[in-house]
Design a protein around this ligand. Structure first.
Ligand SMILES: C[S@@+](CC[C@H](N)C(=O)[O-])C[C@H]1O[C@@H](n2cnc3c(N)ncnc32)[C@H](O)[C@@H]1O
Length: 275
């Protein structure tokens, strides 16, 4: 969405402070302009915190680089586009507790947003590659420098077999509306003995559509576990959607179509042809 010139002027005013997770405008605006600015910052995921010590819009992600990228293009993505709800720190902590990351372990974050999972995973010693469909968020990920590689792409278009190896861990909080497709596709990037951990909407446990039923059956076969997350987990990111955490371990010969399984397919087809 376009950033109109009045708002652009306020955000690029030298008195405006954009740093860390907040945007602070220490001068008065007329009411109409303030409303428009406030709406834009809310669309970006910011919330006004009027406490004396803060008096700023506070974001659930580092906004400084992100805003720079938006201002450079005069465009901003609404958080309602592409299902962008950054993972709150408490959930990131849970994900990393399950992940058991060791120094040098390879990790894929296939819908990385502005790096809520990427940064802390790299901080524990993981070598993280990530994918993000939104150009501004991909730019922020590159600027942060926590990931080894940032791919600006639609993850669902990527072919796992373009990579020589799978990842030891896939850690993800994909867009809620297409979570089943994203997680199913992500299995193809997982090592035979890797672990995938995903935040998913609670509907994955409830929906009666064929794809979701088959997904639940697959996870049951693989002995994966869905754990409900506390009801208000995503309120800091601006949504009351109820979520669960999926943890599933792959194994060679198991039911998941892992990277290794995909690699072995041509040989299996050749054997079939010979027979
Ligand atoms: C729920 S947010 C989570 C962001 C990040 N994983 C986190 O934990 O903070 C989902 C992210 O997936 C991105 N996304 C949506 N569709 C995508 C796709 N097809 N390929 C890659 N990224 C995608 C969105 O732009 C958004 O940043």
């Amino acid at each position: 969405m376009h950033i109109p010139s009045g708002i652009y002027d306020v955000l690029t005013d030298p008195r405006t402070v954009i740093t860390g997770d907040r945007v602070q405008i220490p001068f008065e605006l007329d009411r109409a302009l303030y409303e428009r600015l406030n709406n834009m910052l809310r669309e970006l995921g910011g919330r006004w915190d009027g406490r004396n010590a803060v008096r700023a819009h506070v974001f659930p992600f580092p906004v400084e680089e992100f805003m720079r990228a938006c201002l450079a293009t005069r465009e901003f993505p609404s958080r309602y586009e592409q299902g962008w709800y950054p993972t709150p720190p408490r959930i990131v902590h849970d994900i990393l507790e399950h992940a058991g990351i060791r120094e040098g372990m390879s990790v894929l974050e296939p819908s990385a947003g502005t790096g809520s999972i990427v940064g802390p995973a790299a901080g524990r010693g993981a070598v993280v590659d990530c994918v993000e469909i939104d150009q501004r968020r991909a730019h922020v990920l590159r600027e942060q420098g926590a990931a080894r590689h940032v791919e600006h792409a639609d993850f669902l278009d990527l072919d796992p077999l373009d990579l020589p190896n799978g990842y030891r861990r896939v850690l993800m909080n994909p867009p809620f509306s297409t979570a089943v497709r994203h997680v199913t596709h992500a299995f193809g990037f997982l090592d035979d003995d890797g672990t995938l951990i995903a935040v998913m909407p609670e509907t994955v446990l409830l929906s009666g559509d064929r794809a979701t039923i088959e997904f639940r059956e697959l996870i049951a076969l693989a002995e994966g576990v869905f754990t409900p997350l506390p009801d208000e987990s995503f309120v800091p990111s601006g949504t009351r959607v109820r979520t669960v955490l999926l943890v599933v371990d792959a194994e060679r010969g198991g039911p998941l179509a892992t990277h290794g399984w995909l690699q072995r397919q041509p040989r299996q087809l050749d054997l079939f042809a010979l027979g």
